[in-house]
Every structure is written in structure tokens, then in C-alpha cells.
Design a protein around this ligand. Structure first.
Ligand code: FBP
Ligand code: MN
Length: 636
């Protein structure tokens, strides 16, 4: 802060001294808990559950506090009240048949919740706890929380407060807000390492939830870029996004949640495409039950938008030779009959072909109806109010990477060659690699988002590059073999060669080098990635604990690969811990059966002494403020 501003804010010696004491007290508090999650892929209910149980932390705190006083079963019932207060209150209350018993239950529950809240609040200043309380209950909660119950008068006074809460019918609301405050205090800050969108059914609800979260940052994932790109007017992103929504039977997100009309696309699909097993949507058999007619329609839309995508990609590759992607132009490699394709000297038969709108003489040209459809869609995406609400938030809280408390947070990778040298992208004669590549891509993304009317300028094309380009840090593979996966049976043609980063990241020297590139002390820092599901039997902890991969498969489609339901990484004053979650079934089931999904917690790194706020990024800022205040005091 400027000296003049400080002087204005703290005009007297007393004011300055008080603030210095305040700040120093905060610096000596234990470091608060950060949670890291990644690759939620539209699985809102599982995500919401993990937020509510604070990645298993609430259960642990209840254990620490009430072991010996509550049986494990009572602890579980209590924990679920904290996670789902409204729903559990209804269930619990229905078990009482007289008001006296209910009143006793309320009194006991107030006591237990206040004790738990007090325990969770020890790390924070009173002012921070106050901010986490519902305004209408601040006064009462503070009285009960910090009150002195020793004298008889006081006792009466507190009994009066709790009586009033019950008699004025505020007991349920009081319990609900106490539970929410506990949820909020247990994890102080949330990092989301990308891929909120695609595959699962409710990314929009995740965004709504995040927008209400008290403290969050986001690192963009390759799938999120498709939605940011769509809002920024990138037709390539729109086509890819719609293709994936059709593939996972999720078109309703686009139509119902974001109000984008797909009628034109559907009419085009109906006109040109037929049933085709290669384009039948992947269904989540627990929740999806489309009719035969709906399935037919989705299958046709899926083909129509895939072909538009392949055509638009060919055009972009020609427009941007600097992307070095000519090998990804595939429509012109089909034989005349469109029954075979020759790639890298090898000919493969085509299965499930649907090239009826592809003109062999001009394969990348959209037919007039396709052009009309994609233009209409672009207009709809660029103008969707709800989409912009979510994407504005993504822009505000999001970035390509984040350096936070000595950790580097990146969704995918830092592109390198096989020897671990930084690999880059040359644009207008200049090579961008490492941190500069991330900064360049972020700069262009922000530019393109502001100027959403343009849809084939470099900044907009770079959004598509982020999704699929050979040196994209968010994608991390040489090619995305979407075309081959649809039309070629031979699995060898589906291979997507990963960047060398993914082999090298097992080695400590390499991670140290990458940390240095981002200005982080390699001795204490870590890299945290999402993006690549950690396969069954493999460890998410690599390079002597310096590299952590937290894509544990929140996405149902990937749970077979990972064998679990997802990871959360926690970083608190004691160190780093990795929490494994079991697959989540349904919210109703969790509430009724009290099924928690936390299974194990693994210590990644333990601090020798408990870490304090002084040792964090915020601590550094506060120390700077203390220094300035001391200088001010000297001048007074
Ligand atoms: O599982 P699907 O729907 O076939 O998608 C596979 C595609 O997804 C990708 O893995 C990208 O998505 P992720 O970021 O989730 O890995 C591509 O590399 C691959 O071609
Ligand atoms: Mn990803």
C-alpha cells in the first residue's frame, strides 16, 4: 500500500500499533487448509459431496473431538448432518414423536455443533470466523461460541438464548447455518485444476456452485477451453464441444442449461445422416434412458457435427501453417470410394463412414447448409447469457497455470523434448516456450474472449490449438486421433503419443528444472497436474514426492481405468496428504444410507514443525505490510 494511503487508514500511533499486533498474530496462526481437485468432468453430485465432507476432513475432526463420547455410528449420523443438514434434519425429526425429545435433541445438537465449530475455528481470527457465519446468527453464535459458561447468571443467559432459538422456530435454520459454516471453515481455499466440463451431465451446476464458493482459483483444462472458446466465437471449439456432448448424450446441457437452439443442426443431421453404430452415444446406464427416436436423432447430430469439425479443422490447418499440423488433414487421404484411407504409408479400411457431404474435389469446404448451421450456432454461443456468466467467472478466477505457496498448478504439462529441453511454438518468427508459452497462450485467450465477434483470427485459432495442438500445455500429446477412433478399427492407428514430459516427470531432477522455469524454489516446491487418469496400480506420487497427479477419475467414464472415484490433495499446516475417494453413487443414496466415499488418506509429505501463515504467500504479503507499518510508526 502507498504510504499516504496507510497514513490515512491508520492515522494514529495506536491504530498503527494495533494493526501490527493484529498482523503478527495472524502470521503465527497455523497455515490454513488448501484442497486441490481436478477433472470433475460434469460430475456435480460427487463433487458437491466432496465439498460438503471437506474431502473427509469433517469426519476426521469429529473423530478427534468426540472419540470416547460418541460411538462410531453416532459420529457418522452427526457427520451426515453436517454434510446435508436440510435433508438429514427432515429424516431425523421424523423419528421423534414428542416435542420434549425433539427439544432435547436440538439442545444436544447445538452443543455438539458449537463444539465442532469451535474446534474448526481455532486456526482463524475471530473476524474471519464472523465472515463465515450467516449474518442473522452472527451475534448469537459468537455469544455461544466465545461465551463464559462458568457463572450461574451466564448459564441462565445462554439457556435463554438456546430456548429462544427453539421457541422462535429458528432451530433448523440455526443448525443449517452452523453446518455450512463448518463446511466452509474446514477447507479454506480450493484449487480446481481443470476439466470441469465434458463427459458428465452437470458442469453448469459445478460452475454455479463454484461461483458461490468462498475462495477458489481455477486452472483451465483442455475441455474447459472448448467452452471458453465457444463463448469467444471459435467455430472449431463449438464443433468439438457439440460433438463431445452428442457422444455422451449431453446435448441437453447446451439446449436447456445454456439456451442454445440446436434445431438447425438437427434438421441438417436428419437430412444427410442415417443410423450408424460408430456414432451411437455412450450412455450412463444409471441415469440415461433415451428413447429409440432420441437415440437416432443424437446419432445423426453426432455425425453431422463431427464432419463439420473435420472440415473446419482442415481449413484452420491451411490458415495456420505455423501450427505445424498438416498431418492432421485427413479427409483428403480417403480413397475415391471413401472405403479406405492411407496414413503414413499404411492403408486402413474405413468403418462407419459418413462422408456424404464431403466434396472429393474440395473436401474441407462446408456445404452451404453446414455453413449456415455453424454460423447460427456461433451466434447463439457468443450470445448465450448463461454461458457468459459462467465463462466470465472462468476468466476472472482462471489461468493457464498458477504458482501458489511454492506449488506449480498446471492441468496438463510443460511441453519438452525427449531430453527435457523446453519445447515451443514459433509465431511471427518468435519462439515461445516454458513459462513464456503459457503467458502467450493466456494473453491470446483473453484477447479472443474480449473480441468474440472475430472467429478466424490468430487469437481465436490458438484456442483450438490449446485443445489439440502438438505443443499445447493443456493437451500434452502429439495428435488427437479423433478421426481414427471413429473410422479405423485397427487400434494402432488410435495411438496418441504423449509429450516426453509424461516420462520425465517421474524424475526429481526434471521436476526441479521445471519448477525453476516458473521461479519456484526446487527444493521445496511441487508440481500438481490433472489431465491423465492415474491407472489402477500406479502411484499418483512421482519424482520423490515432487510431482503429484490428481486425476483419479471423478469422470464415471474413466473409473474403470483408475479403479477409484477420484482424489483430493490437501495441503495443511502438517503437510501434504492425498485422499482417495470411492465412486459416488447418488445423492439420495448417500443421504439415506450414510455412505461416505472417503477411503484412505496417504501422507505425501510431513512438515517437521507445523507450518504457519508466515510461511505462505499471504504471509509474505502480511510481513511486507508489517514492515511498512513499522516504517510509518518510526516517522510518527
Ligand atoms: O474418451 P473419449 O471420449 O473417447 O475421448 C478421448 C479423447 O479425449 C482426450 O483424452 C482428451 O481428453 P482428456 O483431457 O480428458 O484426456 C483425447 O486425447 C482423446 O482423443
Ligand atoms: Mn484434460
Amino acid at each position: 500500500m502507498e504510504k499516504e494511503l496507510l497514513q490515512e487508514k491508520y492515522p494514529t500511533k495506536e491504530a498503527v500499533t494495533t494493526e501490527i499486533i493484529n498482523l503478527k498474530a495472524i502470521l503465527s496462526l497455523p497455515k490454513s487448509t488448501e484442497a486441490f481437485m481436478s477433472d470433475i468432468h460434469g460430475e456435480f453430485t460427487a463433487f458437491d459431496h466432496v465439498l460438503r465432507n471437506a474431502s473427509g476432513n469433517i469426519k476426521q475432526k469429529i473423530e478427534e473431538l468426540f472419540n470416547g463420547q460418541m460411538t462410531p455410528k453416532t459420529q457418522k449420523i452427526f457427520a451426515f448432518l453436517v454434510y446435508y443438514p436440510s435433508e438429514r434434519l427432515k429424516i431425523i425429526k421424523s423419528t421423534f414423536n414428542n416435542s420434549d425429545d425433539l427439544k432435547q435433541w436440538y439442545l444436544n445438537t447445538f452443543d455438539d455443533l458449537l463444539e465442532l465449530l469451535k474446534y474448526c475455528a481455532t486456526k482463524y481470527t475471530r473476524s474471519k470466523v464472523r465472515k463465515a457465519l450467516a449474518p442473522e446468527f452472527v451475534y448469537i453464535t459468537e455469544e455461544l461460541l466465545y461465551g463464559d459458561f462458568t457463572t450461574e447468571d451466564k448459564h441462565k443467559y445462554y439457556a435463554q438464548i438456546t430456548d429462544d432459538i427453539i421457541n422462535l422456530n429458528s432451530a433448523d435454520q440455526f443448525i443449517i447455518t452452523l453446518c455450512h459454516t463448518i463446511q466452509r471453515l474446514v477447507v479454506d481455499h480450493l484449487h480446481m485444476l481443470g476439466d470441469i466440463y465434458d463427459r458428465g451431465p452437470a458442469p453448469d451446476k459445478i460452475m454455479d456452485r463454484l461461483m458461490r464458493h468462498h475462495s477458489v482459483d481455477l486452472q483451465w483444462g483442455n475441455h474447459d477451453i472448448l467452452w471458453l472458446g465457444a463463448a469467444a466465437g471459435s467455430q472449431l471449439c463449438i464443433a468439438n464441444l457439440l460433438r463431445i456432448c452428442a457422444r455422451y448424450d449431453n446435448l441437453s446441457i447446451v439446449e436447456d442449461s445454456y439456451g442454445i437452439n440446436l434445431r438447425h443442426l438437427s434438421l441438417l443431421a436428419e437430412k444427410y445422416y442415417q443410423a450408424n453404430p460408430g456414432f451411437a452415444p455412450k450412455l450412463n446406464h444409471q441415469t440415461d434412458k433415451p428413447s429409440k427416436a432420441e437415440l437416432d436423432q443424437i446419432t445423426k447430430i453426432h455425425q453431422a457435427i463431427a464432419i463439420i469439425q473435420f472440415k473446419l479443422e482442415g481449413q484452420a490447418i491451411d490458415r495456420r501453417p505455423e501450427f505445424k499440423m498438416t498431418h492432421r488433414k485427413l479427409l483428403d487421404k480417403l480413397n475415391k470410394e471413401r472405403t479406405a484411407i492411407t496414413l503414413n504409408g499404411k492403408t486402413y479400411p474405413i468403418v462407419n463412414g459418413c462422408f456424404q457431404t464431403v466434396d472429393p474435389k474440395n473436401p474441407y469446404q462446408l456445404c452451404p447448409e453446414e455453413q449456415e448451421v455453424i454460423d447460427q450456432l456461433t451466434n447463439a454461443f457468443v450470445n448465450s447469457e448463461k454461458l457468459h456468466k459462467h465463462m466470465d467467472f472462468f476468466m476472472k478466477k482462471g489461468s493457464m497455470y498458477l504458482v501458489y505457496n511454492n506449488n506449480l498448478l498446471v492441468h496438463g504439462c510443460v511441453p519438452v523434448d525427449k531430453d527435457g529441453n523446453l519445447e515451443g511454438l514459433t509465431l511471427n518468427g518468435q519462439l515461445y516456450k516454458g513459462r513464456a508459452l503459457f503467458d502467450l497462450l493466456e494473453h491470446n485467450l483473453r484477447e479472443s474472449y474480449i473480441y468474440s465477434k472475430q472467429n478466424d483470427d490468430l487469437a481465436t485459432d490458438l484456442l483450438w490449438y490449446l485443445w489439440t495442438g502438438p505443443v499445447s500445455p493443456l493437451f500434452g500429446k502429439r495428435v488427437m486421433s479423433t478421426f481414427e477412433r471413429y473410422f479405423i478399427e485397427d487400434k494402432t492407428a488410435h495411438f496418441e503419443e504423449p509429450n516426453s514430459y509424461y516420462t520425465l516427470r517421474h524424475e526429481a531432477w526434471f521436476i526441479e528444472k521445471m519448477l525453476q522455469e516458473f521461479g519456484i524454489d526446487p527444493k521445496v516446491g511441487h508440481i500438481i497436474n490433472g489431465h491423465t487418469p492415474v491407472k489402477k496400480g500406479r502411484s499418483p506420487i512421482m519424482a520423490e514426492g515432487k510431482m503429484l497427479v490428481i486425476d483419479g477419475g471423478f469422470s464415471k467414464a474413466y473409473q474403470k481405468t483408475t479403479g477409484i472415484g477420484g482424489y483430493t490433495l490437501l495441503y495443511n499446516s502438517y503437510g501434504l496428504q492425498l485422499v482417495t475417494h470411492q465412486p459416488f453413487t447418488t445423492r439420495a443414496n448417500a443421504i439415506a444410507q450414510l455412505t461416505d466415499i472417503v477411503s484412505t488418506k496417504r501422507i505425501v509429505e510431513q512438515e517437521l514443525a507445523r507450518k504457519t501463515v508466515a510461511e505462505t504467500d499471504i504471509g509474505t504479503k502480511l510481513k511486507r505490510q508489517v514492515k511498512q507499518l513499522k516504517e510509518l510508526l518510526d516517522d510518527m
